[in-house]
Design a protein around this ligand. Structure first.
Ligand code: MG
Length: 381
């Protein structure tokens, strides 16, 4: 494809020079000549629901579940397919039905080329105010498609060093001391950093149980479960003494006052997760949180995730990349940003039992981004 485009440009340039005209902008010339331009086909969007089964019942502060509903998306153009995915854990407020209703409204065939990423994704974003997971599914599929057409993986297009991809955290959900000990023993030695769900009434027991098995660093995710700022500050000191390196979403997502109070005094950085969704939240959170947890399903995909990364850095804020319980498709898409992150919580594929994609892998707990065009996933089911 790239070769044929180059050949075309060369031929077009020669033809124009033959007429005595100077060629100052061959790309413009290329786009004006629609008849002979390669890739003049139409983009086609298709999608289907899929239930991603979990290996273990997953419990966080608010609920437990055994599977996560997904919608898998494909965008086809000139025989090349880009893969995308929407994932809907309960708190995101979307369902397979709402995502598919959104996708039915999308008229992607109106765009002449998938390379018009900005035009297409602005159009998608303007269809409704919410539906961030549905929007992310299109964004991911489009990035996959465009990367494939360019013959390059996104971390290369963006210029990120894959050797800087961090270790992923591995998540231990809330449970009895016995189950937590068993789960920790199961993964002991496999991961360099754990993420522990807190926010019920057994926070100290959770940490003490894990510390009997391993001394790897821990991210503590309270999932909005803490209520009292003084207890939270006390807990932050207690956690720091036990090798916890960061606290995620201590209070309910609308509680900016207590969060800012805690962030100012806490010996550990405080990151926003449920409170944080999109690019325009970043500047609002300066001084309230230390950093933000970027998830493609919340922020509408890779394009906005990269803007969030740059904006947060410009504001001297921390950034991490996280995932929902997702298949290898969306998690691999997120992995392309991971070399630029302070933390990466990309364990989705490790938690599921029927992943339809192969992409991201892990070597001694470190993220390995596939070196294949697009997002680099392979459909295996
Ligand atoms: Mg979280």
């Amino acid at each position: 494809m790239i070769q044929s485009r180059r050949n075309f440009l060369k031929t077009a340039a020669i033809a124009t020079i033959g007429t005595g005209l100077a060629v100052s902008n061959p790309v413009k010339l290329f786009s004006q000549n629609k008849k002979t331009s390669p890739g003049s086909g139409k983009m086609k969007l298709s999608f289907k629901p899929f239930d991603l089964q979990l290996r273990h019942v997953f419990t966080v502060a608010a609920n437990s579940r055994t599977f996560t509903p997904l919608v898998l998306v494909e965008i086809e153009y000139d025989g090349v397919i880009g893969y995308g995915e929407a994932s809907m854990p309960p708190y995101i407020g979307e369902t397979q039905e709402s995502v598919m209703a959104f996708l039915k409204k999308v008229d992607i065939g109106q765009f002449s080329s998938p390379f018009l990423l900005d035009d297409i994704l602005t159009y998608i974003d303007n269809i409704t105010a919410n539906n961030s997971a549905a929007k992310a599914s299109i964004d991911i599929a489009l990035h996959d498609l465009v990367g494939k057409l360019m013959g390059q993986p996104w971390y290369k297009i963006w210029g990120y060093n894959p050797a800087k991809a961090p270790s992923t955290t591995y998540t231990i959900g809330i449970d009895t001391a016995d189950v937590v000990r068993k789960k920790t023993e199961e993964v002991n030695g496999l991961y360099n950093i754990l993420k522990v769900k807190l926010g019920r009434d057994n926070d100290k027991e959770m940490i003490e149980t894990i510390r009997k098995v391993t001394d790897v660093p821990i991210l503590a995710d309270a999932n909005q479960g803490w209520k009292d700022k003084h207890l939270a500050l006390e807990m932050a000191y207690w956690l720091k003494e036990r090798g916890v390196v960061m606290i995620e979403q201590p209070f309910t997502k609308t509680d900016m006052e207590n969060t800012a109070w805690l962030t100012e005094r806490s010996p550990l950085p405080i990151y926003a997760d449920e409170a944080f969704q999109r690019l325009n939240d970043v500047s609002k959170f300066k001084g309230v949180f230390t950093g933000v947890n970027i998830k493609l399903q919340k922020c509408t995909g890779m394009r906005e995730a990269r803007k969030i990364l740059d904006t947060a850095r410009a504001l001297n804020m921390g950034v991490m990349i996280g995932c929902m319980v997702e298949s290898g498709c969306a998690v691999t898409a997120a992995a392309h940003l991971s070399p630029m992150m302070d933390f990466a919580d990309l364990d989705g594929p490790l938690l599921s039992a029927n992943d339809p994609f192969k992409g991201i892998t892990y070597e001694k707990g470190m993220i390995v981004i596939p070196d294949k065009p697009g997002i680099g996933v392979e459909k295996i089911k």
